[in-house]
Design a binder for this molecule. Structure first.
Ligand code: AMP
Ligand code: MG
Length: 332
């Protein structure tokens, strides 16, 4: 059975979180809210807890985990180097939706890092996550709290839909404010590289680094440096059960729907501009990110088998949403 603790999101009382924190420290799996999505927490110092985590999610062992810590000082203790770029980004964005990849110092079991030489770390910007981390007193590995490959949870009920009975507990505190997974920046190479777009755009990151946003993008990096090592960037991900087709124009979306209609297939059309019969996403990047997974969960619930999505443009603030929709449309 999964224990559910419902707590105040803004001002969680330590007594509300003590039991969850002690289960976490003891190696049990506890899901908790962050500002991005709900994470499935496991004590990052315990190989047994990490094994349980991969098992519960059905996650491929080659996909490394993000380690969550309560503050910048704790982050430093896990890394073998702490470059000026890390200091600047951490000071600008932590606690917040930014993950930094750095060389690790060997303190974390290899299961967390998928056997690699780097570790991904962040200080989450959610009062409940921070209090839980402080009380647990250990670094906590926390991928999204859903079966691997599926839609990330942004509400407690989403966590239970996928993992009820498979995890020890869930701390529930309402919706996640950002709604998509953190921006991941690799600082282990010769210059910073964006590994995963997220709530913080390349422009926001580049501004702090005093660099050009284009230089952060992996394609630009490959042109300069040759292929970069980046574990864990799997194919199909963030996907509803529906088959997802991404298109650019309204005409293409309309054509898809016409075919499905003719074939008698249950389908939907997701768009950023209003149109006949569309499911409308909010028009600003922040709002669209906040609601995308809730919308996809609802599409699953409504047993929609086919979904056409009109992609946002490739501009920086829309990159994360574009990335998630494109990955949802891959076949494997
Ligand atoms: P999630 O499934 O949300 O936990 O995603 C973890 C993300 O962090 C993946 O996209 C990985 O690419 C990235 N990540 C975690 N650890 C590392 C690492 N050591 N090196 C590079 N990327 C990492
Ligand atoms: Mg995930």
């Amino acid at each position: 059975m999964t224990i559910v603790w419902t707590v105040n999101a803004e001002n969680p009382r330590p007594e509300d979180l003590r039991e969850a924190a002690s289960l976490l420290a003891a190696g049990q799996l506890v899901a908790f809210p962050t500002e991005t999505v709900y994470g499935l927490g496991a004590n990052a110092l315990s190989s047994a807890a990490i094994d349980r985590l991969y098992q519960a999610k059905g996650r491929p062992r080659a996909n490394p985990l993000i380690v969550h810590v309560a503050d910048l000082e704790s982050a430093k203790t896990i890394c073998s180097v702490w470059p000026d770029t890390a200091e600047r980004l951490a000071r600008a964005f932590w606690p917040g939706p930014l993950t930094l990849v750095l060389p690790h110092c060997g303190a974390i079991p290899s299961g967390v890092t998928a056997g690699g030489e780097t570790v991904a770390i962040r200080v989450p910007g959610h009062p409940v996550a921070l209090e839980l981390l402080r009380l647990a007193g250990v670094p906590v590995a926390a991928p999204s709290a859903n079966p691997s490959g599926g839609i990330s949870p942004t509400l407690g009920e989403h966590v239970l839909e996928g993992l009820d009975g498979k995890i020890a507990g869930l701390v529930e505190a309402g919706p996640c404010s950002r709604g998509v997974e953190s921006t991941v920046i690799d600082l282990s190479g010769t210059h910073p590289v964006l590994l995963r777009p997220g709530p913080l755009s390349p422009e926001e990151i580049a501004q702090v680094l005093g660099s050009d946003p284009e230089a952060l993008l992996p394609s630009a990096d490959k042109r300069k440096q040759g292929p970069e090592k980046s574990p864990g960037r799997m194919g199909r991900h963030y996907a509803p059960k529906a088959q997802v087709v991404c298109v650019q124009s309204e005409a293409e979306a309309r054509a898809c729907c016409a075919v499905w209609q003719q074939q008698g297939k249950r389908h939907a059309w997701l768009a950023l501009q209003p149109g006949p019969g569309t499911i409308l996403l909010p028009a600003t990047p922040a709002e669209a990110m906040r609601s995308i997974y809730k919308v996809l969960h609802k599409i699953d619930k409504d047993l929609i088998g086919f979904l056409v999505v009109q992609l946002p443009n490739a501009e920086g603030r829309w990159l994360a949403l574009r990335d998630r929709l494109l990955r949802a449309s891959l076949n494997d």
